[in-house]
Design a protein. Structure first.
Length: 543
């Protein structure tokens, strides 16, 4: 509670518990560089503002100029957001895993402190089956009407119903339903004696990019082409699949059509921003604005061929890691404050608890940013992590001949941000499937050997913001790079000791898997052979 103590000391009054309300707004797939307060100006409509509500919120509070997500996809990023732990600690890093009993959520802490706790979400990775409902009195999905209809059908064994659900998951517009539920909750909470915690998740910035009127043409009013944002991830007019390329995609879209897609993305952000503005306006109308901490953050960004790919959950480049993060706390935080140092979204939970005058539980490994805001300390380096697991076929030699066996390719990609230096390490190995037979011992030995090999490199983003491969260095003789590596190793070793056991998702929701598949994700539950300590690597530079 550093910040509260500091404010009370300055006022000459003893510390007393304050019980503000909390509104936590999570935006899906929102890049910082597409938000006005982070410098974005729509290139095809420079007179327009895409995010005036977020910009105003930042002017009234604290803007973190370099907020970094813990990963580049929704499930682990939200676990980090709501437990105050990076992915290395919480361990929910693969499809089919959920939080275990040792994970403590922000809602649980606030419920124990007497808060009214309510959450509304609109993305399939925030479903209760991943344990996000823990600590909430009410936790409800707010999907759009098309996806709601499609998801109520029995899709198992019905290809037509499956396809309808896939399409609905891509084209769903859910912000109106989320906003309506949140506004109704504020009206009810205003008459409750308890302070309230309201969690609101807006999914609409996620592809497909289908903004409603008038946002559909606002940022590219003169477009005369035929491309729209439907089926964004699979549309061959945008990119084709190619497993031989590093990005697994080959760009087919023209520069002009790509600019139009980005304008549609801005339209989705603008529509979501308008919903955020309405929510904040209702806080003021109800007289709650001055006694409510508002935190707005995103779970990750999206790629538009900056590194030859689209979407997310593929890389840890800045376009998917840098996200907006704004805090507003009237009377507690000075309006217009800007923090330039890199910070992690895993620090949100402890920070808002600090602002509410509550102690963070020991399980929250990322400390409050209140001392950083007050200028008393610098934040630790930021660790981000991405684990992928893909089925593959591997050719091995048996008795002088070649045999293909089923394997799974495991990749652990990690970055560490220290100032403007960004360190990246990668380890990749394959594990045999159950049908490996007599080949199993040799395949396991090769997996052990490959798992011990890593690719470690660094780059100075102040000099090379585009993160091109040729700009990275593997030479750690540079004093700054060596110091950053030492910091990376120490932070990694510390966090590794705190790793929590994730557990298998309860039950199999076939419809949810179909919806995730429609959005370009695997969606299938992991069999559990890979997880926990299997993905816990030694500190960088260690064998």
């Amino acid at each position: 509670m550093f910040l509260l103590a500091l404010l009370s000391a300055c006022a000459g009054d003893p510390v007393r518990p304050l019980r503000p309300n909390l509104v936590l707004i999570s935006l899906d797939s929102t890049r910082a560089d597409q938000v006005g307060v982070y410098g974005h100006r729509p290139p095809l409509a420079p007179e327009e503002r895409s995010t005036p509500s977020i910009d105003r919120l930042a002017a009234e509070g604290v803007l973190f100029e370099t907020a970094l997500a813990t990963t580049s996809w929704t499930l682990p990023s939200h676990v980090a957001l709501l437990t105050g732990t990076p992915d290395l600690v919480h361990g929910v890093e693969l499809d089919g895993l959920r939080m275990g009993p040792r994970h403590v959520t922000l809602a649980e802490v606030l419920a124990r402190a007497g808060y009214r706790t309510t959450g509304f979400f609109s993305g399939p990775y925030l479903e209760p089956r991943f344990a996000f409902d823990r600590g909430f009195e009410r936790y409800r999905a707010c999907y759009g009407p098309e996806l709601t209809r499609a998801s109520t059908a029995d899709v198992a064994g019905d290809p037509k119903a499956e396809r309808a659900l896939e399409v609905a998951s891509q084209r769903d517009v859910s912000s109106p339903a989320v906003l309506a539920a949140a506004l109704a909750e504020l009206d009810q909470a205003a008459s409750d004696e308890r302070p309230f915690f309201l969690f609101v998740h807006f999914f609409d910035p996620h592809y497909d990019y289908l903004p409603p009127e008038p946002f559909d043409r606002r940022f590219d009013p003169n477009y005369a082409g035929a491309l729209d944002g439907r089926d964004f991830y699979r549309n061959p007019a945008i990119a084709t699949f190619d497993t031989s390329s590093e990005s697994r995609r080959v760009r087919t879209v023209s520069d002009r059509d790509l600019a139009h897609l980005k304008a549609l993305y801005s339209g989705d952000l603008a529509a979501t921003d308008a919903a955020v503005g309405t929510l904040l306006a209702r806080l003021d109308e109800l007289g709650l604005g001055q006694d409510t901490v508002v935190a707005l953050v995103a779970d990750h960004g999206d790629e538009f061929f900056e590194h030859d790919g689209i979407g997310h959950r593929r890389t840890l480049f800045e376009e998917v890691l840098r996200v907006p993060f704004v805090l507003r706390a009237p009377g507690r935080l000075e309006a217009g404050t800007r923090i330039s140092a890199p910070v992690s979204t895993a620090a949100v939970a402890a920070t808002v608890l600090d602002l509410l005058g509550l102690e963070a539980p020991d399980s929250m490994t990322d400390a409050s940013l209140a001392p950083v805001i007050a200028g008393a300390s610098a934040p630790p380096g930021v660790l981000s992590r991405l684990v992928t697991r893909q089925p593959a076929r591997k050719t091995v030699e048996v008795g002088g001949g070649l045999v293909k066996v089923a394997v799974e390719r495991i990749q652990v990609l990690e970055t560490f941000r220290s100032g403007t230096l960004k360190l990246t390490r990668e380890r990749t190995w394959t594990i045999p499937a159950e049908d490996a037979g007599d080949l199993l011992p040799d395949l396991l030995e090769e997996a052990r050997r490959r798992r011990s090999e890593e690719r470690l490199r660094w780059i100075d983003l102040a000099l090379d913001p585009d993160e091109r491969g040729e700009d990275h260095s593997t030479d750690f003789e540079d004093p700054r790079a060596r110091a950053a590596l030492d910091e990376f190793r120490a932070r990694y070793a510390l966090l590794s000791k705190e790793r929590l056991p994730a557990v298998l998702e309860e039950g199999r929701d076939y419809g949810a898997e179909v919806a995730l598949r429609g959005l370009g994700y695997g969606g299938a539950a992991t069999s559990g052979e890979v997880g926990g300590n299997d993905l816990q690597l030694p500190p960088p530079g260690d064998p």
